[in-house]
Structure formats: C-alpha cells, structure tokens
Design a protein around this ligand. Structure first.
Ligand code: PLP
Length: 406
C-alpha cells in the first residue's frame, strides 16, 4: 500500500486570516452577501467559496473536511456532529422506504440498533450477516439492496472485512460499499480498496482527546454535495452539523494522528503477544492466530500497524468487571466506553456498547459476556503496563485459570 494519503495530509498547509499558522475559526452562523443575486445563486448551489448558513457549511468545517479527504484519499468530505450523525445521514441519503441493506452483524451497537429498530419505521430491512462470508453477502443482495455496510475492523469483535472483495461485489451489483473506518484510521484506506463512502466517528482516534463527539463522511464530490442539498440533502435537513469551534480543535489534533496511531498499534501488539504467551484468550488482528490477520496484512498501510484495539475473554462478566475495576484502581486506564484516548480504556461490550444487540445474537456472533474490549493507550513504558496488568490478573486468578484451560 502506498503512503500517499499521509503525504497528502502532511502537505496540507493553511494560512490564517492574519497569517496565523492555524486557519482562523469561523465564528458565525450566518454570512452576508453584497448582492441579493449572489445569495440566490448560493441557495441554488451555483457559487464557489460563498457561505450561506453554518448548517450548510462553514470555513472551519471545510478545512477539517479537506484534511479528512486527504486522510482517506477521497474527493472531499463532510463533517458531522457525531459518528451516528454521519451514519444516519448516509443511510437516509442512500435508502428510501422499503429498501434493503446488507450489513455486517458485528457493527457498533448504535449502528445495529439504527438499522434493526429505527429504520423499521421506513420499512427499511437490514440483512445482518457474517461479512467475512462473501458467498453469504452475495446471496443476500436483492434488487432492493441499496448498500453493503461494514466496519473495516469491527466493533467489538475486531473482525476484518475483505474490503477489496466486498467492493468488487458491490460494483457488480451497482451498489455502494459503505465502510465505517473508525477503528483503523491510517492503517486501512477503504476508498483506495474500492469503498464508495468512508465514515468515521471522529470522537475516537482521529480527535484522540475524548473531549467531544464528531463524525465524518468521506466520498465523491457528487455524493457529499447531495448530502448538503438545501432541498433534499440528509446532512442539511437532518441537521447533524459540527460546530466550527470543535472542527478547528479536531483539525489541530489530527496533526499528531500518525504518531499516535503508530504508538497505539505498537503498544497493542506488544500486549497481545504477551497475553497470548500467557495462554489468555486474546484477539488482535496483528496476531497470526487472528482469522483476519492475512487479509489485514494484505490491505493495511503497514507503517501504522494493526490498530490500538484488542479483546480479552476472561470467561465471565464477574471476572471482567473485577479486572476492569482493579486495573482502574491501579491507574492502568479507565473503565469507560469509547476508544482512541491517551490512556487505556476498557469496557465489557456485551453489557455496554453492544448491549443493543440481543443476548442470543451476541452469543451467535461470538460475543461472550466475559469479553473485555481494550483501547490501548499511548503508555511510554508498555512493559511496565503489562507487568501491572498481569499482577491484576494473577490476583484475581484469571491468569492461572486461563493457563489451565489452554
Ligand atoms: N462507529 C463506530 C465503530 C463506533 O465505535 C461508534 C461509537 O462508539 C460510532 C460509529 C458512533 O460514533 P459517535 O459516538 O461519535 O456517534
């Protein structure tokens, strides 16, 4: 894989209104026009570089969108007030009443609930399946299918989608492949593998400071403009617009994304390897034992590693809770949902971020109640972190019992 996306990102250079090294933050909800005619033309979408109203677009949001398009190698990108704001706008833009979606069954719980429950109101049906089973994906596509939807590396099970193969399948059926790349910014470039639309929850790695929620839709100029259409665009009309102040702060944080992703990945790989040697039930795409390892190796931008997330199944929810509480007491991280923070975050997805998925379905997809999802932090001394985590597991008899079991 080429490193072009990062070079594009690196080459972005802004001059603020007064020559500042950061672009000025746009601080207006509305914009003046010198002539009424220009205002009319702007409403019609016929003017370049004119701003109308900040729900439509704002200079700060456009700057951030430009950086995200460079990151993903797409023509352009729109930013939204949350990852769910991006996902819901894309779905509502691409689907109408009675349409059909083919989706991975291991997606973020909110996405699952949106597709399974909320979209029922419009009789939009979603066929959830194992996205790694390409035959099943092909068989599920009907004349009403409007998209194939997946996460490049899935939440929380870290399944790796074969994006090039899915993109070929989507193309054969003249439908878009929509990919949520929240777990693997820089590591995977879905658009380069053929995805039509790439979504992010910027809340996670891209912002990296756990201080706001935001999202992005990266795609073609036509698609992103259609989302902003004043008469029919799902972005414009559903109104999940990001605030300019936040867009500006996320853009500044993005400048260290490449360094952070390398460190998150290095630390996660180190821990995954040690946990595996200890006989623990660890899943990490960087381990050869992971079912998606070869696909990930094939489609990743190697410099950024296999990502910052790993899962550990400690057998029961009681043990998972005890371990997380102890690790938090030892200042190894936070018992919190979300990911991409400088400190390690851990949660049991079955009872938190994936609790929208019914228990039987969780079981069927391999989401055990003792599963802990770790978003590994930027710890400088990861060997020390490992020793301390190991001590916690030993004290709770997790390590011994796992060793006996393996
Ligand atoms: N996509 C993934 C993979 C997520 O993990 C999440 C949130 O956890 C979302 C989307 C939703 O993003 P947000 O919370 O920014 O709306």
């Amino acid at each position: 894989m080429s490193k072009k996306a990062t070079n594009d990102l690196q080459d972005l250079q802004y001059f603020g209104e007064y020559g500042g090294v950061n672009p000025s933050i746009s601080d207006s909800s509305t914009y003046t026009f010198l002539s009424a005619k220009t205002m009319f033309d702007t409403f019609e979408g016929n003017t370049e570089g004119c701003y109308l109203y900040s729900r439509h677009s704002s200079p700060s949001n456009l700057y951030l969108g430009e950086a995200l398009a460079a990151l993903e190698g797409t023509e352009t990108a729109n930013v939204t007030a949350s990852g769910m704001g991006a996902i819901s706008a894309v779905i509502m833009e691409l689907c109408g009443a009675n349409d059909h979606i083919v989706s991975s069954r291991t997606v973020y719980g909110g996405t699952y609930a949106l597709m399974k429950n909320f979209l029922k109101k419009f009789n939009i049906q979603t066929h959830f399946l194992d996205i790694t089973d390409l035959k099943a994906v092909k068989a599920a596509i009907t004349p009403k299918t409007k998209m194939i939807y997946c996460e490049s590396v899935s939440n929380p099970l870290l399944e790796v989608a074969d994006l090039a193969a899915l993109a070929r399948l989507a193309k054969e059926h003249h439908i878009p492949l929509v990919v949520d790349n929240t777990f693997s910014p820089l590591s995977i470039s879905p658009a380069k593998l053929g995805a039509s639309v790439v979504i992010h929850s910027l809340t996670k790695f891209i912002n990296g400071t756990s201080d706001c929620v935001a999202g992005a839709i990266c795609g073609s100029k036509d698609f992103c403009l259609s989302l902003k259409d004043v008469n029919s665009g799902a972005g414009m009309l559903l109104g999940s617009t990001l605030d300019s102040l936040r867009a500006a702060s996320i853009l500044k944080n993005m400048r260290t994304l490449h360094l952070r992703m390398k460190k998150h990945s290095q630390n996660a790989l180190y821990l995954a390897q040690r946990f595996q040697e200890d006989g623990l039930r660890v899943m990490y795409p960087g381990l050869p034992s992971h079912p998606g390892h070869l696909i990930m190796e094939d489609q990743m931008n190697r410099d950024y590693g296999f990502g910052g997330l790993l899962t550990l199944d400690v057998g029961s929810l009681e043990k998972a809770n005890a371990l997380m509480e102890r690790m938090q007491d030892k200042k190894l991280g936070y018992l919190a949902v979300s990911l991409g923070f400088y400190k390690t975050l851990f949660s049991a997805p079955g009872s938190s971020t994936s609790s929208e998925i019914p228990l039987e379905e969780q079981k069927e997809m391999g989401l055990g109640e003792g599963l802990i999802r770790f978003s590994i932090g930027l710890d400088d001394d990861i060997e020390r972190t490992y020793q301390m985590m190991r001590d916690c597991m030993r004290q709770l008899h997790i390590l011994d019992s796992e060793k006996q079991r393996s």
